[in-house]
Ligand binder design. Structure first.
Ligand SMILES: NC(=O)c1ccc[n+]([C@@H]2O[C@H](COP(=O)([O-])OP(=O)(O)OC[C@H]3O[C@@H](n4cnc5c(N)ncnc54)[C@H](O)[C@@H]3O)[C@@H](O)[C@H]2O)c1
Length: 273
């Protein structure tokens, strides 16, 4: 039986680990080839470890174990020229581009007065402008191929502001707006654009933040305990990254051909109150 995205090629950022790796594997399981990038280095101002070259190599190994093709390179989503050069190279090797998944991101948590200009700039540069760069680097290939699907990772915090996450909220609400704007303009080219809004996902980001000895959520909660309830999701526990990948797979596939400009929350209900 043909896979649900058989023969498609997907460009995924932040693919070295966490949700990005899960998206690469889920799409590969259903027949897609992958163009993968990750910074694969420590991001400045981020207090938890970001991915390593070994993490990116492991994504390559796992996709190849599924008998799909993958090209991967360490590229920073802040580097538009670098992204474009690598996507062009990947399309040259894999033949086409159908899906863009702008997933790379960081989260620097803390009360509003902890937010330095450097934290605000790094977060906006990666989580918002980096997503715009990702689309800009690849979208012409989708248009040239007659259409495609762009899936941008926002957050529950791109629909409902989360406490002690000011820079992140700014960027993730921006991704929600970027999605709707692009969806409107690109529909005539048969390019669909949707955002996904994860709740708490069991990845090195979330575990890294909560594992910090002095974590920003605890600092915020001490100052302002009433806000902590805003983080409650109805389904208990942390969701596996594959739950988000299943939403990405549906949006990438031809099962969602008339879905565009949509903000799809996969968050155990967190944003629905
Ligand atoms: N984990 C959660 O609870 C959660 C919830 C909502 C939204 N999100 C979002 O989901 C996306 C994936 O996060 P995750 O949970 O898999 O975290 P993660 O930290 O495990 O993965 C993010 C990846 O992005 C990469 N990255 C960071 N900056 C980069 C840059 N400048 N250029 C290229 N790559 C870069 C990291 O190296 C890492 O591999 C992010 O956009 C995040 O904001 C996560």
């Amino acid at each position: 039986m043909a896979g649900r995205v058989e023969g498609k090629v997907a460009f995924i950022t932040g693919a070295a680990r966490g949700q990005g790796r899960a998206h690469a594997l889920r799409l590969a399981e259903e027949g897609a080839d992958i163009i993968a990038v990750d910074i694969a280095a420590q991001v400045e101002n981020v207090p938890y470890p970001t991915a390593t070259p070994d993490d990116l190599a492991e994504t390559v190994r796992q996709v190849e174990a599924l008998d799909r093709r993958i090209v991967a390179e360490a590229v920073d989503v802040r580097d538009l020229d670098g992204l474009k050069a690598f996507v062009d190279k990947g399309v040259g090797e894999l033949g086409r581009l159908d899906v863009i998944a702008g997933n790379a991101g960081i989260d620097i948590v803390g009360p509003w007065h902890d937010m330095t200009p450097e934290i605000i700039r790094t977060t906006i540069d990666i989580n918002l402008i980096g997503v715009w760069n990702t689309v800009t680097a690849g979208v012409q290939h989708l248009i040239d191929g007659g259409g495609g699907s762009i899936i941008l990772t926002s957050s529950a915090n791109g629909l409902k502001a989360g406490p002690w996450n000011l820079a992140y909220n700014m960027a993730k609400f921006g991704v929600t707006g970027l999605t709707k704007s692009l969806a409107m303009e690109l529909a005539k080219d048969h390019v669909r654009v949707n955002s996904v809004h994860p709740g708490g996902v069991d990845t090195p980001m979330a575990n890294g933040i909560f594992g910090l000895p002095d974590n920003g959520f605890e600092r915020g909660q001490k100052e302002n305990p009433d806000l902590f309830g805003m983080l409650t999701q109805w389904i208990p526990g942390m969701m596996p990254p594959r739950e988000i990948s299943n939403a990405v797979l549906w949006l990438a596939s031809d099962e969602s051909t008339w879905v565009t400009g949509h903000a799809l929350a996969v968050d155990g209900g967190m944003t629905q109150y």
